[in-house]
Design a protein around this ligand. Structure first.
Ligand code: ADP
Ligand code: MG
Length: 209
């Protein structure tokens, strides 16, 4: 995995998120304040615009620049949480001497663990963690068991989808949706949906390569 790969994936993610923007906006209008899609679209735009600045940087520095942009440029919970994800991924060991898929998975899992600590949310609280944590666990288990990469990508896509759908009937206990109490039930969490779409996009592009 290279910095070029990250930029390419950001461009692919932009298309998918833009195509699903009305749905994501509606989800955050139902249980949040409606700005989640705006935050996500702005974040993706900022990352893509960094291309000329980061394209020749070592992975750790490129991820750090992405994190800084996301942290300073996006509002809402998403800015802090995705900023933490990229900043921590950039601190993974040995990433400037080449990143194979095992290292990439470890980077992602390391980042997700930091997001969990930052937001203090676990599985079952109706947030993006209902997607990120199971996917990180599935990927880590996959590499420990030397699973075929394409099978693992299929499994991650399914795990993300299952996690996203699980948020529908959950009671929100973290974030803005928690203010709604029982009324948060019956709606998919917007952050879970956007995260699931991003994971699906990256995994599908690896599957089709
Ligand atoms: P805000 O809620 O501040 O308006 P966004 O609308 O950008 O921020 O993002 C909302 C999403 O953030 C939620 O759908 C949820 O998935 C996620 N979220 C909120 N609080 C937390 C938390 N403590 N940990 C993890 N994710 C969270
Ligand atoms: Mg919001």
């Amino acid at each position: 995995m290279s910095v070029d790969f990250l930029i390419k994936k950001a461009k692919e993610i932009k298309i998918v998120i833009d195509n699903n923007a009305p749905e994501i906006e509606k989800l955050d209008q139902e249980i949040g304040d409606g700005d989640h899609i705006f935050n996500v679209q702005r974040g993706i735009k900022l990352v893509i615009e960094l291309e000329p600045i980061i394209k020749d940087l070592p992975m750790s520095e490129a991820l750090n620049q992405i994190a800084m942009k996301v942290l300073s440029g996006i509002g809402g919970s998403s800015g802090a949480l995705f900023g933490t994800l990229f900043m921590t991924m950039g601190k993974s060991s040995d990433i400037d001497v080449g990143v194979d898929y095992k290292k990439a998975i470890n980077m992602f899992a390391y980042g997700v663990e930091a997001v969990k600590q930052r937001g203090k949310a676990d599985v079952g609280e109706k947030t993006m963690m209902d997607v990120l944590i199971p996917v990180a666990n599935c990927l880590k288990q996959g590499i420990e068991n030397n699973k075929d990469l394409k099978d693992l990508m299929r499994e991650a896509i399914e795990t993300a989808e299952k996690g996203m759908l699980s948020t529908k009937n959950l009671l929100a206990t973290k974030g803005r949706a928690s203010y709604l109490g029982d009324r948060s039930k019956g709606h998919i969490d917007p952050g879970a949906r956007s995260s699931q779409l991003m994971i699906k996009t990256v995994c599908e592009s690896i599957l089709n390569n």
